[in-house]
Design a protein around this ligand. Structure first.
Ligand SMILES: NC(=O)c1ccc[n+]([C@@H]2O[C@H](COP(=O)([O-])OP(=O)(O)OC[C@H]3O[C@@H](n4cnc5c(N)ncnc54)[C@H](OP(=O)(O)O)[C@@H]3O)[C@@H](O)[C@H]2O)c1
Length: 303
């Protein structure tokens, strides 16, 4: 059973956690701080980020440091500004946790016109990782961990003609597509890193079923019914463990999807996920997605 005590010493490492003001991101940032990392709490609201930092300091005695930085993943220009600020302040980035996410919101678009879930969950993190790639390469062993979901198995492909709300909105379908995109990105990035012989890994993680603010768009009555389907629901500290394993454990590998080891992967302790579909492992779809993302973001990874 892999728990927080297994996290190695992270002194001297710089870690960025997106959406670190609450939920799984909060618990991830806190654990990295305890283990000695210099952690950047990246959040779209500075007050919420500040509150989170103060709460962490009140809850634990960290051996690292905590800094807050504004990052709205629904804006490509803000992602660029954030990345420039980070590169000016830090010589390298060792751990990037692409954690922020939005689930089944009312139909909306990002500043750049993407359907909100696809835009924040995938496009934003693609652009962020690409913009920070130089800083990641300067680390002697960088890790990029991208949060996906068991919901990714419900998407059998990506409709490239419906990523900007062109067709009728199906909130759950769009969420699943965004999380499939996160997996395709994770695996494609890892293949490219291996081909370029970089000492950097790209892995994915999911937190099973964890009680967080993610469910904020589900009406209370419906939410009760939804959670009633599950025998157990995890608290955020436990939901963060697969991410923490992928980001810190010496035995974690690139190109692997980590999740909780329980029967249906709703709860448990970190292990390679059994969630796998033809779409998740389709290199042609992965290339199409990568090319699309490069074109629409104008962000190129310098391998
Ligand atoms: N909880 C689960 O059971 C579950 C299951 C599978 C996958 N996941 C994944 O786990 C990750 C973390 O989710 P969570 O459960 O911890 O949910 P959460 O408590 O709602 O946290 C999501 C975080 O993302 C941030 N965020 C949303 N839109 C953003 C934007 N445009 N720019 C920057 N940050 C933004 C939120 O900021 P605000 O607080 O400002 O809104 C919040 O910090 C997500 O990727 C989610 O898809 C969760």
């Amino acid at each position: 059973m892999w728990i927080h005590d297994n996290i190695p010493d992270l002194s001297g490492k710089t870690a960025i956690v997106t959406g670190a003001n609450t939920g799984i991101g909060y618990e991830t940032a806190k654990a990295l701080y305890v283990a000695g990392a210099d952690v950047i709490i990246a959040a779209r609201d500075l007050q919420r980020a500040k509150d989170a930092k103060e709460k962490m300091i009140a809850e634990v005695k960290g051996r690292g440091s905590l800094e807050i930085q504004l990052l709205n993943l629904a804006s490509l220009s803000q992602i660029k500004t954030f990345s420039q600020t980070i590169q000016e302040k830090y010589p390298q980035v060792d751990i990037l946790i692409n954690n922020a996410g939005v689930m089944i919101p009312p139909p909306a678009k990002t500043d750049d016109g993407f359907e909100l879930q696809f835009g924040v969950n995938f496009i934003g993190h693609f652009a962020l990782t690409g913009n920070l790639f130089g800083a990641l390469k300067r680390s002697d062993a960088a890790r990029v961990v991208t949060l996906s979901s068991g919901a990714a198995i419900r998407a059998s492909g990506i409709d490239f003609n419906n990523l900007r709300l062109e067709k009728s909105y199906d909130a759950w379908r769009e969420y699943a597509v965004s999380k499939l995109a996160d997996i395709l990105f994770t695996y494609a990035l890892d293949r490219k890193l291996k081909a370029a012989n970089f000492n950097m890994i790209s892995a994915a993680a999911h937190p099973g079923v964890t009680r967080t603010d993610l469910q904020r768009h589900i009406p209370a009555e419906e939410l009760k019914g939804l959670f009633a389907q599950f025998d157990e629901v995890m608290e955020p500290w436990q939901g963060a463990l697969p991410t923490l394993f992928a980001a810190t454990d010496p035995n974690a590998s690139g190109g692997v999807f980590y999740g909780p080891d329980g029967d249906k992967e709703y709860t448990g302790y970190p292990a390679p996920s059994r969630h796998s579909t033809p779409a998740m492992n389709d290199p042609v779809l992965a290339k199409q997605l990568w090319d699309y993302a490069e074109e629409v973001t104008q962000v190129k990874f310098n391998f």
